[in-house]
Design a protein around this ligand. Structure first.
Ligand SMILES: Nc1ncnc2c1ncn2[C@@H]1O[C@H](COP(=O)(O)OP(=O)(O)O)[C@@H](O)[C@H]1O
Ligand SMILES: [Mg+2]
Length: 253
């Protein structure tokens, strides 16, 4: 059984950070291999993982579309694409990374897209955990992957407006028949030393109807790793953000 965790929310709320922290925790607790999927066109998840991807599914889609006639004869197109999806995987220590890359342009990509999606799903089934980082909004969850997430974590910053936005994103996710299993709210970048969320933010959380599954404190260590270009697995054991992500994982899995 594969547990697929997707992270969504508006820009700058700490989605990529949360996805990276979740993956680092899964690796540290031996819950591997993890398949990390970066579904943000402006891919940054690899930076939290300390690997450099060479290619993306978007590049693969473009080159296949342009050279569809040059696929070696005798090789079924599907088999060819399945191999290409496997080649697009960047291998890390305990995890693999798939970067979706640029979004589909205009023109008919139907065949190539549907085959690519199928083999991304086939690939994902080989992992106990899949963690997907999305770009702001929800459209990519439906458009880029054929199957919904088991758990959708909607990120917000600790503001009323942020939480209301998260509520709308969650609403869209349930309306659009995305096949999302469970949905939770995560509030990230909570100022260090804050005794909790403000009453106004707590009220906003209640209005969304979402369960707040955890908060992630602002962590200078995370910022330091980001500045140094390191990986989150190298964060110190007492990192508050890592501990917060560990608690979230505990609650959702
Ligand atoms: N808990 C945290 N502690 C410190 N810095 C954080 C934390 N969460 C996010 N950041 C910083 O905030 C910025 C935006 O975070 P990011 O995860 O890239 O957001 P998103 O993916 O939602 O756009 C990054 O520079 C990141 O380092
Ligand atoms: Mg991001």
């Amino acid at each position: 059984m594969t547990v697929k965790i997707a992270v969504s929310g508006k820009g700058g709320t700490g989605k990529t950070t949360l996805a990276g922290l979740l993956i680092a925790n899964l690796l540290k607790t031996g819950k591997k291999p993890v398949l990390a999927i970066d579904a943000d066109a402006n891919a940054t998840l690899h930076e939290t993982l300390g690997v450099v991807p060479e290619t993306t599914i978007g590049d693969l889609r473009e080159t296949t579309r342009k050279n569809i006639d040059q696929i070696p004869t005798g090789v079924p197109k599907e088999t060819y694409l399945e191999l290409k999806v496997q080649e697009a995987v960047t291998e890390g220590d305990g995890f693999d990374l798939l970067v979706m890359g640029r979004p589909e342009g205009s023109g008919c990509y139907c065949y190539v897209n549907s085959v690519l999606r199928k083999y991304i799903d086939v690939l994902a089934d080989n992992y106990p955990f899949v963690v997907m980082d999305n770009e702001a909004g929800m459209e990519h969850l439906s458009r880029r992957t054929s199957r919904g997430a088991d758990i959708l974590l909607v990120c917000s910053d600790p503001t009323v407006r942020g939480v209301m936005t998260a509520g709308r994103i969650a609403e869209m996710a349930s309306e659009e028949d995305m096949n999302v299993g469970r949905m939770y709210l995560v509030i990230g970048r909570v100022p260090a030393g804050a005794v909790g969320l403000s009453p106004a933010v707590q009220d906003a959380v209640a209005r969304t109807g979402l369960e707040l599954i955890g908060t992630v404190p602002y962590d200078a260590g995370v910022e330091a790793v980001d500045i140094a270009g390191g990986a989150f697995v190298d964060l110190p054991a007492d990192s508050p953000a890592m501990a917060a992500a560990a608690e979230i994982l505990e609650r959702i899995t």
